[in-house]
Write a protein that binds this ligand. Sequence first.
Ligand SMILES: Nc1ncnc2c1ncn2[C@@H]1O[C@H](COP(=O)(O)OP(=O)(O)OP(=O)(O)O)[C@@H](O)[C@H]1O
Length: 576
Amino acid sequence: MADRHHVREIEQVLDGTQTGRDGFVAASWRRCVELYGMDPSRNDPAHIVTEAELRDHRKQAEWMIGAARSSLQSLFRQVAGQNYVLLLTDAKGVCVDFFGDDLFVNELRGAGLYLGSNWSEDLAGTCGVGACIVTQEPVTVHQDDHFGNAHVSLSCTAAPIFDSLGGLAAVLDISLLRSPTPKRSQNLAMSLVTNAARRVEMANLMAEGRRDWILRLSDSPEFLDVDPEAAVRLDGSGRVLGYTRAARRLFPDGGPILGRRIDEVLGVTVDDLPDLMRDRPTEDRIVEMQGGGALFGHAIAPQAPRAALRSSRRDGPLAGLAGDDPVMEQLLARAAKLARTDVPLLIAGETGTGKTKLARAIHMAGTASGFLALDCAGLSAEVLREACADISGPTTLLLRRIEDLDAGTAAALAAILDSHELLRPLSTTCALPSDQSLPRPLFHRLAGATLSLPPLRQRQDLGTLLDRLLRRRAPDDMRLSPSARAALLGRHWPGNLRELEQVLDVAVALCEGRVIDQPDLPQPVDAARRDSEADEPLEQVMEACGWNMSCAARRLGVNRSTVLRRLRRAGLQPPA
Ligand SMILES: Nc1ncnc2c1ncn2[C@@H]1O[C@H](COP(=O)(O)OP(=O)(O)OP(=O)(O)O)[C@@H](O)[C@H]1O
């Protein structure tokens, strides 16, 4: 039977009488009667969606269920033995994940504290999940705060979980079938549930943002690295790409947050983020707020794309020669197969593209035990014969720059190859394979297959190579500022990997602190050539880059949006 006092109090509240209820509860009661046409004297049971509907809701919320699971599990462990039930509902109020004591399953199911129950306010009346969805704030709806008579024994505390774009994604609810009378008995539940919701948002932002800067913030240095309060995800120019709910307080004007620059509200630009990384003591990582006050910051640098990790895991000595570049991926896959044969290989490419390095890696991945490397420039027939005199057993003969071989040495080489069956030549050349001046029969003996290395300006893994080469020559904590990195990514690199290595050697030597900035970088050696190449017809550039925007931007020395603008102006489109 309906509780008369409860019904009377609802009537009083609707008449405008203050009965001491929380304002959000009174507002919800009003909506229940005036908006949803509900009757508090009815004893409506919990609303449970069908199996098929539940499957749909769970499917849509799959990512959130995954992100929240470990937080829910640890929260459930914290309240174990106290008869609490945890519900994760989607933004519509349908319970998509559930943790409760198996002993009370039937009772919980009857009370709607189970998978598939729908706690939206228009169906269930005033309740924790429903009020949380409407107010978008953490709430406790305790006992007769509930509108429907069926729920007045429950105590429900719920906190909203927002996605990184600021939209409500889910509600985390902790409920008791029976609770002590005072509402304040649920203050601890409130603190547990809001902290758990914050951690779910954090985990979600971190998982989404591996390729962007993440700035985590805390009021206290002790919690900064382990349990920060708020976080934002930033692009290379310091604009907000995503945020956790608590980061809203950084933007007190209440306007939209996405796309805003972080230096509007904090005394840091994206160039300062390397100073806020974990290698500095937490107490030193102070971030001034533009409106006064300060926080502690923990910046996490963009990580290499997963595909790059995958490619670098390729087995053997060929591993690590490239990052995430499709042309290099294919080339290294071919090289790995050919390495195990005795087919003579010609490795072609501009100067400094890594031909010699690739040839050595192929030798190491092959079966030959002997290795002999010779530079063809100035190589006499006599020196060649002498060097090959002692060869016994399978041997790799690395001939660098075969285009420099003179006619006499070429003839001697042909004779040596005839007499040494176990000699496998690997030759490098900066000339096009079709431009070789070598006698045709010798050329065919040297070029059983050709591997053409792309110039660095056409590679899409320049960022990965930058990081790898920097790590090899500088202490672990030395980094490039975002603007220095952007400047390097925009260079033309006529000297290819050799030039890149030299630029980094200079930068590391000139850099005073731990962050290499633009003034530490040597001027591009070939600026003039780059200017003239900028006149290269746009269509030609796009074709050379396989219509890859980043590659074209690098080649032209402009950013991607400029390439897009020029394409639009020229009316060009990628081939279908
Ligand atoms: N995949 C790579 N990753 C990192 N560094 C590389 C890579 N390939 C080459 N390098 C470095 O670049 C420099 C030039 O490489 P290498 O001598 O193999 O180029 P090359 O094409 O044979 O040059 P050249 O045509 O002038 O003889 C070397 O110092 C080498 O260590």
